[in-house]
Design a protein around this ligand. Structure first.
Ligand code: HEC
Length: 99
């Protein structure tokens, strides 16, 4: 009885790791869409601003402003349309952790 409980907990723990790893790779995949212009891991080497190290709150605000066209942009308004608020948050956290 005790053994099967322990095994169940182990499996639940392992599943938790798989789920969070999936969430992370999904965010990485989304962030890769930005690399062409913003540089690998959001570290730009050109005129386009870096995303790496941007404060998450600022990042999310800019994405919403691009989406709603309250911040004028050349291309970002189109990119921002493709993501949900939750995805802005995930991307913001990801770039904030890549300094
Ligand atoms: C085709 C090139 C291109 C791609 C791809 C691209 N961006 Fe941008 N990004 C820009 C440009 C250019 C700007 C400057 C504003 C403008 O002109 O649109 C910018 C600005 C930004 C800013 C504002 C930065 C600041 O310091 O205020 C954020 C945030 C941003 N982009 C996020 C993203 C995210 C997230 C993605 C991927 C989902 C992405 N961008 C994909 C070209 C791109």
């Amino acid at each position: 009885m005790k053994k099967s409980l322990a095994a169940g907990l182990l499996i639940a723990g392992a599943l938790g790791v798989v789920v969070s790893a999936q969430a992370d790779s999904r965010t990485r995949f989304m962030a890769a869409n930005c690399a062409y212009c913003h540089g690998p891991d959001g570290k730009s080497r050109g005129a386009i601003p870096s995303l790496a190290g941007l404060e998450k709150g600022y990042f999310v605000e800019q994405m919403k402003a691009f989406r709603d066209n309250t911040r004028p942009s050349t291309v970002m308004s189109k990119h921002a349309q493709g993501y949900t608020d939750a995805e802005y948050e995930a991307l913001g956290a990801w770039f904030a952790s890549h300094k």
